[in-house]
Write a protein of this length. Sequence first.
Length: 148
Amino acid sequence: MKALLADRFNLTVRTETKEADVYVLPVANGGHKLTRDPEGRGGVRYLGDAIESIGGPISFLAFSLTQMLRRPVLDETGLDGRFKYRLEFRPEDDAERALALAGEPVAADDPRPSIFTAIKSQLGLELQSRKGPVTTVVIERIERPTEN
């Protein structure tokens, strides 16, 4: 695909790594609460108010959280293998997420926990905000496509 894009559009790209806001996902004090599932299909589903795994690796959870939180989530659990779990939480907007991360109470009619509380209480993992390396793709050159 790279060769086709380079040939057809004279596309030139490079990658660079920058320090940016990320979440890291370590195991919480007390250990994880995940159930190993070596026979699982290897899938993870994001359901809006839940993330469900049947034999998915932790990298799939990190990817789902990245999509949901709109910030890279780096897996620092050190856990290998496949796991089965269902993580249920209250969907939050950006303002609620910032308050929850700062440890401030969030006024909500929904009794379900925030994603930050749910990850710790249900999975034994944590989401921590910090600066970390983020790889981005930089387009250096692109042109209109050539004639066929």
